[in-house]
Design a protein around this ligand. Structure first.
Ligand SMILES: [Zn+2]
Length: 352
């Protein structure tokens, strides 16, 4: 009996500490770091006075970031490679000028926090040939990457001055919404662009064929719809390539347009899309149709925002929230035609 009382007392006594420890482990502070003038929000931690950031932060500088299972090591690569083995106080790096691997001992240990490896900001940037400075007045850290190539272009619209507009439908195909969209487009004789998911193409191969057979453009929206900015570079490639090969197997068509899920990507991801031969396609009119907008709201959004080259974002997955999309579609087409618009697919962008 006494023992139990003691246990209860112990639990009550420890409880505030336990809960405090849990919440502090989950919430790290965050800050904006300026990379070539662009603000990048990141969590960080300080270790022995050194600023540590998530390994994937470096994708924002254009460096690829990968995890090597065999060596349990993170590799950050931008010509020069910096490797950070988990739990170690050193970095191995490849010096391109001397063409050999070197080892630097650090004042920090590469550590996983909430499952994410944190690596030292300054030494990583310097190994990769970038400058880091801290402005004590602004309390901001600045990185200059000295990138020798421009960031690959992302298209929010079609570069044109004529009244062309592109309807796009994401996240399909499915067997409920997609066939109804196809019927309306067929009735109205409009061609659109479908950014499909590899996993949906696997589930609905016939519906995928119906899209291409009707003359619409099929485009790549990743295999499983992850936020690519949270993935290692090898997994980003895998998401793009597996979706493309699935689409090609089913339709015989090889997409050349890619739209990252949530429109989320880093500079390094954009380089992956480009290296794999894709144009990176975003949008200029967001209907927010997935959130259950009414047909009136969707028609209003599109007709008020339409301009030459607009790319309209809508969806085609199985959801009752998309009733508005279906009801709005014939009206959108009629209204835009009245305003003198011609419907084009996103292929209208010349691949320079
Ligand atoms: Zn999507």
């Amino acid at each position: 009996m006494k023992r139990r009382l003691f246990q209860v007392a112990l639990i009550i006594f420890l409880f505030p500490f336990i809960s405090f420890k849990t919440s502090s482990a989950e919430t790290l502070p965050s800050a904006q770091i300026i990379v070539d003038g662009e603000e990048i929000e990141t969590t960080y931690t300080l270790q022995n006075g050194r600023l540590m950031v998530p390994d994937l932060f470096f994708k924002n500088t254009g460096a690829t970031v990968n995890f090597n299972e065999m060596y349990q090591s993170i590799a950050v690569d931008r010509g020069n490679i910096a490797a950070f083995p988990i739990g170690r106080t050193y970095t191995d790096y490849y010096d391109q000028n001397e063409r050999k691997w070197k080892r630097d001992y650090l004042k920090t240990t590469t550590t996983k926090i909430n499952g994410t490896p944190y690596i030292p900001l300054r030494i990583t940037a310097e190994i990769l040939g970038m400058d880091v400075s801290y402005d004590p007045m602004l309390k901001r850290t600045f990185i200059r990457t000295h990138a020798t190539t421009e960031a690959p272009k992302a298209y929010g619209s079609i570069p044109t001055t004529t009244k062309q507009i592109a309807l796009t439908f994401d996240d399909g195909p499915d067997d409920v919404i997609t066939p109804q969209i196809l019927n309306i487009l067929d009735e109205k004789d409009v061609q659109a662009t479908f950014f499909v998911l590899g996993k949906q193409v696997k589930r609905f191969p016939q519906m995928t064929k119906n899209i291409t057979n009707a003359g619409h453009t099929i485009a790549n929206h990743s295999f499983g719809h992850p936020d690519l900015s949270n993935l290692y570079t090898s997994n980003v490639r895998e998401q793009v390539l597996s979706a493309n090969s699935t689409i090609e197997e089913v339709t015989g068509t090889r997409p050349s347009l890619f739209r990252p899920p949530y429109g989320s990507f880093t500079r390094a991801d954009a380089q992956v899309f480009k290296d794999l031969g894709f144009l990176n396609i975003l949008w200029s009119i967001d209907t927010l149709d997935w959130s259950g907008k009414t047909a009136d709201e969707i028609v209003g959004t599109i007709t008020s925002q339409a301009s030459p080259g607009s790319i309209v974002l809508q969806h085609s997955f199985d959801s009752s929230e998309l009733e508005g999309t279906l009801d709005a579609l014939p009206r959108i087409i009629d209204r835009l035609r009245e305003k003198g618009y011609e419907f084009v697919t996103v292929d209208a962008i010349p691949s320079s």
